[in-house]
Structure formats: structure tokens, C-alpha cells
Design a protein around this ligand. Sequence first.
Ligand code: PLP
Length: 428
Amino acid sequence: VTTDNSLTARRDRALGAGMPLFYREPLHLVRGEGAYLFDTDARRYVDLYNNVPCVGHGNARVAEAMSRQQSTLNVHSRYLHEGIVEFAERLAGMHGDQIESVVFACSGTEAIEVALQMARTATGNRGIIGTNATYHGNSNDVIGLTRAPHQPGTYPEIRSIPFPERLRPIACGLSDPELADAYLAELRSSIDSLKTSEAGFAAVIFCSILANEGLPDVPEGFMARTAEIVHNAGGLMIADEVQAGYGRTGQFWGYDVTGFQPDIVVTGKPMGNGLPLSATAASRDLVERFRATSGYFNTFASSPLQAAVGMAVLDEIEDRGLLASVTEIGANLKADLAKRLGNASWLGDVRGHGLFVGVEIVSDKDSLAPDKRRAIDIINHLKDLGFLTSNAGAHNNVVKIRPPLVFSSQDATDFLVAFDQTVADIGS
Ligand SMILES: Cc1ncc(COP(=O)(O)O)c(C=O)c1O
């Protein structure tokens, strides 16, 4: 009989051990407000990690919209409702003309599944290409894309290409255009391989800013040329904006930063500020062909509640001018971190867009060998100082800085003090 009644032990019993927890000493949080989180001792932490509460933890306008709609009407999608139509119109209108209609779902994974099915229905082919260090979700249909390639033959409809990057390029001594060509040659060969297989070629899916890959600096023009090659090969370009979208980069969409026009756009995480809400947007033709063949229904999706909350989130982003502040605060934060690259032998690179910055931790600047262990030390140290980050990237050695969009310039200044303290404490 176990006598350990700590919350950790109870969690293991109630939820099954093996459910990950952040930090060596896990945090027990009880409250959030704006960009701050508070633990059981009322200690304040600056949240530099969570993108779901994009307009802030405990956002009053979102909470009010949620409560008002829930106490007025919330039903499934098989009734007429103006709110949901308005929300879909508003979302579609935020893209270029090629995007006209929306399919709502509840999670990023579901919306990615819809996107894949849409592309497969439209092209009559099944083959999908992603990068070799990506994550798009956890369902059977989507998991094959995660950190592919797997054992040969496990996912015959999936191909992966090395994600494009300048830091550790696939070939050395190339100019930027040559490097783009080298990565695009990988893309072409994957398309050819699918075309000569039973699967055929349906689509490429990329996170617009390659977030899970570690926000690499991408050779100039790579994304636009990818879209062109995909279209010439009869395929569709899917932008995963689950992390990249909703103002994260300072532009509303990540594809505006990396410079391409997708055929299908998937959004999720920040859309509902915590209410499960995701979407797949595309041309009316693509959406209607998908609807005609799938009869798609998703119990909690396309509901008045999703619409009311989704509208409140968009109103907050617009009314508070968050794109401008993300651009300014993010650019300054990235520049200030980059100035510190010389302060420690293990600071390898600083990259990112808007309020999404990655600090690459390496064993030394010559080899640039990824140092995941030190990245974890840094994250734990920052947490002890009251600043919450985590590690990510292809090698899990990138300190990931991705705060709620309401993160202020004072928060950034405070973080830099903690960062300098961490460098001093860990040693250069
Ligand atoms: C880029 C990207 N796409 C899709 C997903 C899947 O979203 P969800 O966890 O809501 O299913 C994630 C989740 O981390 C993600 O980072």
C-alpha cells in the first residue's frame, strides 16, 4: 500500500506515470494573469513559453464571451447560426483570395487530418511530404510525419526531406542560392519517389516557420520555390500555422514572413486562448470537395461557443495592437540576445521571428555540436529565477522563447537580466 500522497504520486496513480512534466522540480501553478503564472506560494513566473493563451492568461474579454455564449446558446453545427458564419468569414478574409472557406475542428491534429484528406481528395493521390524534424500531431493519420523517416516501408505514403537551414547545412561551402537548390533537389527527389509509387503525390506540409525544427534560418526564397515546385508537380501546399499563425511572428500569418502562398492553411493552439478550437482553411472548391466526400462532422466544432470565443480573441489581437508590439518587442529581444552570443562558448545562435526566439545551445562554437543537456540546465536555472521557457528543435537543444503575445518590453528587460545571471551562474 502506497503512503505517498504528494500531488506527483497522486498524478502518477490517477493519470498513469509517464505523462511528462516540465522542469526537474515540477511547478504547481494555481493562477495566471496576462504573461504571468503564479504557484501555490503566490510566486510569480514570467511565462515565456505558452502560445495558447495568446491574448493573456485569464483574459477578461475572452472569459466574458465564453460565459455569455455558454449561458445563451451552445449547440452542435447542424443548425443555422450567424456567429459561426461570421467567424468563418472573418478568418477566411484574413488570407489572400485563394482562401475562401473554413472547416472547424477542435485540435491541431484534427485540422491537419482534414488538410491531408482535403489534399488527397482534390488530387486523387495520397503521398505527403514533410520535413525530417517536424511535428504536426499525434493521430494515426498524422503521426507518420513526425520526425520521419521511419523504418523503410512503415509509412509508404510519407516522405521526408531534410529541413532547410543555414547553421548546419546539408552541404558545406555553398552560397545561399546553391544551398536552396540543394534542399530543393531533395524535395524534387521525394516528389519523384512518390510519383513512381502507388501513393502518388498529393501535398507538401510545412510549418511556415519550421517551429518544431528549431526555427532555422532558411535559405532565401526556399518556401516560395517549394510552393512553385509543388504546384508544377500537381500538388498542394499546406501551411501548418498552428504555431506560426495568429500574430506570433509580428505578421498575422507565418507564411507572410517566410514568403509563400499556401493552398490550405491549418490553425489551432492560440485560436481559442485555451478553448479547443482549430481550423482548416482553403478555396471553396477544395473545402466543398472535402465536404462532399467526407460528410465531416465534429461534435464540439463549428459551435456558437467556438465562434464567440474565436471572435473575442481576434478582437483582442486587433484592438490591443498586438502585431505591432510583437514586432517591436520581439525584434529587440532577438537583437539583445544576439549581442550576448560572445558571452559564452556554448551560445551557438539566436534566431526567430517576432515573439518566437530560439537560442541554440552548443558544446562549442567550432563544432556547433548540439548540447541538449546544457539547454535543460539553462531552462531549469531560468525557471528558478522566475522565467519559464523550454527546449525544442531537431536536437532539443534550442531554448524556446514563445510568450503570450501580451508579453511587455519590461518583461523582456527582466528576462535579459535573468538570462545574464544564468550565463554567469552556469559559466561561460
Ligand atoms: C506545428 C504543429 N502542428 C500541429 C500540432 C498539433 O496540435 P494539437 O496538439 O492541438 O493536436 C502541433 C502541436 O504541438 C504543432 O506544434
